[in-house]
Ligand binder design. Sequence first.
Ligand code: KG4
Ligand code: ZN
Length: 421
Amino acid sequence: MIILGIETSCDETALSIIRSDSGNDVEVLADKTLSQIELHRQYGGVFPNMAKREHSRNLIPLLKTVLIESGFGNPKSQTPNSKQIPNSIFPILNSILNREPEMLELFLEFIPTIEKPPIDAIAVTEGPGLEPCLWTGINLARALSLVWGIPIVPVNHMEGHIMSAMLRKAEISNSPNYLISNEIPNSKSEILNAKRYTLNALAFPALALLISGGHTELVLIKGLHTYEIIGQTRDDAVGEAFDKVARLLGLPYPGGPEISRLAEQERNLSLLNAKRSTLNAIQLPRPMLHSGDFDFSFSGIKTSVLYLIKKLPELTEDIKKEIALEFETAVTEVLIAKTRKAIEQYGVQALLLGGGVVANTHIRDEFEKLSQAEGFTLYIPEKSLTTDNALMIAVAGLIHYRTRTEEVTPELRANGSLRLA
Ligand code: KG4
Ligand code: ZN
């Protein structure tokens, strides 16, 4: 079974093509992400309409790339007439893409000229995220579904992040599937570049901590596709707090990697016992640590940083590092404490981490320590799969498609505030 995954919920345009012929095996035929970070950096955050325009512009060229990389996208060899969209479906296609004229033009230039690829279904993010952006991916999925006659599987972006933790890298080997298949790339370099994953088998109930720029959620996974959100942020998401504190420190967007870089430098200094004494006494709050529930709040830490900075005569590079370290430590302590409590209360054997903030080395290390101390299994995505990508969407789509009980949705709408439960 071959699935095309499409992800456009925020500022990454991402497409992936996976193949899974049996059980838990996932073979990545192509996986590409175009990040818009450089574009948005100058504004200090993501501008939805600009992000949408970039998705519209980049989706078809990226599709071309992933099709070719997968060994598909071969040019049609028939008469010139066959290189056109049939009259019967042209008006429908036009109505699907009429809000994206640039994408329609690129679509018409490319799609009719290639053979229909052996893709079985299209998995696309329907939400949560920025609605104008989500629509671009959904409209591409609808247009391809129409022209190729294949179903669409809508995917919740947060379930995608959960799936990214489920993927365990398998040995890169001379995969038998690759070698016997005649429709899959046959050049040696492509075979060697192929990535194979195995989907971990999960014992239920499991717990997921999802921490990204838009979400902070503790999710109880009761069974396949059965979720309960047991805790969430009441104000800022963790990634948002990282980004806002970074801005206060005069660091570029996105702030998470910047703060973690400074914090690490400061941590190394204090390990060497060479800690400067400037702000040794700074203590940021650990909000809702003892609230008795599983909710979070991060805006108070950000406000404390603001007051702290206001009181300073000068925000030096050294002080920035000290603040970054204390901020990262405070956030991590809260995440660890709440998650540990949830693990105990619900008796779960497995914890999954997902979302962009999971790229943070200190957070990863602290959860590793927790899993060793408490004896649960920890599933962390490899770093490249922590931020938004289409592989996780394709994998979530694959599982839905395999376990579906009814035909998948033909009518699909973007839902910016879609929830897991
Ligand atoms: O999941 P993601 O790519 O997009 C959303 O769905 O939001 O997450 C992006 C967030 C940003 O807020 C970014 O600052 C944060 O993840 N992030 C990090 C790190 N790398 C990215 N936060 C802390 N430490 C990092 N190393
Ligand atoms: Zn995300």
